[in-house]
Design a protein around this ligand. Structure first.
Ligand code: ACO
Length: 399
């Protein structure tokens, strides 16, 4: 704490809390996490139960509306999302403009941000009906933008959304449908992807939700705020971690090399990607559900050899003093990459899949922040550690 009293009505103390590890930046009724006990609940419902009994769109409704939908409410909600999946034709031209090897996450940041220019009504953030419309648009269109980004990177023609398919099924169809062949999404993979989206749907004040709230607090439109959230998710320490897990497993190569890799981690030369979490100091409850999803997927795709390597790596790490002392457990990303790879997704698409799942959570956080009368524009303080005032040095005297 440091005294910064600037006037009579100034409380006069400032907390220095780098990265806000110990500061609540908002109030929230959306997601509850007990990191020590390994508990995660959306609006009071345990994640395990939602993953088992609800669909992703049902969970999205829950996060946004605060309650599980009735049959009618769910059906209206699904209809609304389904009928907003198309994107403006000009967005396709926009994607065409990217270099062929552009990262799909970079394309997603740009195209989601660009949507604000197509929907100027998004600026009217104090109208509940218009807010709902932008929410529906973002949840609906992100799958289309994600699939288009992938198809651009492999040079395939874009596939239009199919309104007869489920949310996950439509996304799989837009990803994989060949030009002439009829592609039918496998129901088991469709279900597995839906569950993975549920597991990623919200996680309270993580880096990307914080970005969404911070940009939203300036009353920017939700497309711009969501683009900032996706940009935050792009980083390897956040949504990029599942991509890094696969690269790490490929680098380790085989079970015999695990001890030498662990030794490098303990020497501080490497990080065990997919391990550790700012909040969970116990097994991430999502990682447990993901182990079951993996079984469901591998029944269809055949096993991924990296799974054995990952399981052995987890076993060795969980018995190692270094990881025990620091309470480092597998997080949600440790197994998702292996599953996505078995489903045929290239590593660059992993954070994109995370972004699709997280969109309802970002939007719920954005709207909650806007409606909270105590919420102000995000504007943290700083500890200035630079020079005091000093004389200006003319160019000729600078040496
Ligand atoms: N491998 C090796 N050591 C680790 C790891 C890891 N993955 N994570 C933390 N540690 C060590 C740190 O070096 C530190 O050790 P020290 O006390 O000897 O200095 C100690 O554990 C505490 O780590 P912090 O960095 O203080 O933990 P923090 O809460 O700041 O970081 C984070 C959390 C960023 C997730 C970190 O654990 C990490 O980088 N993990 C790997 C990346 C990853 O999997 N990210 C995904 C997170 S989940 C998500 O975003 C969905």
């Amino acid at each position: 704490l440091r005294s910064i009293k600037t006037g009579d009505d100034d409380f006069g103390l400032m907390a220095y809390d780098p990265a806000f590890t110990n500061t609540a930046s908002c109030r929230s009724a959306i997601t509850y996490i007990d990191g020590d006990a390994g508990i995660l609940r959306y609006r009071g419902y345990p994640i395990q139960e939602l993953a088992e009994k609800s669909s992703f769109l049902e969970v999205a409704y829950l996060l946004l509306a605060g309650e599980l939908p009735s049959t009618d409410e769910l059906s209206t909600w699904e209809d609304e999302i389904t009928h907003h999946t198309l994107v403006h034709e000009s967005i396709k031209k926009f994607i065409d403009g990217f270099h062929h090897d552009a990262h799909p996450m970079g394309m997603l940041v740009s195209t989601v941000g660009a949507l604000s220019t197509f929907y100027p009504d998004a600026k009217t953030i104090d109208d509940p009906g218009l807010r709902r419309l932008q929410i529906v648009r973002l949840i609906a269109k992100i799958t289309t933008l994600a699939a288009y980004s992938y198809r651009h990177s492999v040079g395939f023609p874009y596939v239009y959304p199919d309104n007869d398919l489920s949310y996950a099924g439509n996304f799989l169809n837009m990803m994989w449908k060949a030009t002439e062949l009829k592609y039918e999404p496998d129901p088991n993979l469709e279900h597995a992807l839906d569950v993975l989206f549920i597991l990623h749907a919200d996680h309270e004040q993580n880096c990307s939700a914080n970005a969404m709230r911070a940009v939203g607090s300036s009353q920017a439109d939700p497309f711009s705020a969501a683009a900032a959230a996706i940009a935050a998710l792009y980083g390897p320490l956040h949504g990029g971690a599942n991509e890094q897990v696969l690269r790490m497993l490929a680098e380790i190569g085989s079970v015999e090399n695990i001890p030498s890799f662990i030794a490098q981690v303990k020497d501080g030369k490497k990080k065990l990607m997919g391990f550790g979490h700012r909040v969970y100091k116990n097994y991430d409850p999502r990682a447990r559900v993901i182990r079951q999803v993996a079984d469901e997927v591998f029944k269809v795709t055949g096993t991924n050899p990296l799974l054995d390597l990952a399981m052995e790596l987890e076993r060795i790490a969980l018995e190692d003093e270094y990881f025990i002392a620091r309470k480092l457990y597998p997080n949600v990303d440790f197994y998702t990459g292996i599953i996505y790879q078995a489903m045929g997704f290239p590593v660059e698409m992993f954070p994109v899949l995370f972004a699709i799942g997280r969109m309802p959570g970002w939007l719920a956080q954005w709207e909650e922040g806007l409606l909270d009368p105590e919420q102000k524009i995000a504007r943290p303080r700083q500890l200035y550690v630079g020079y005091d005032q000093r004389p200006y040095v003319p160019m000729d005297d600078r040496g």
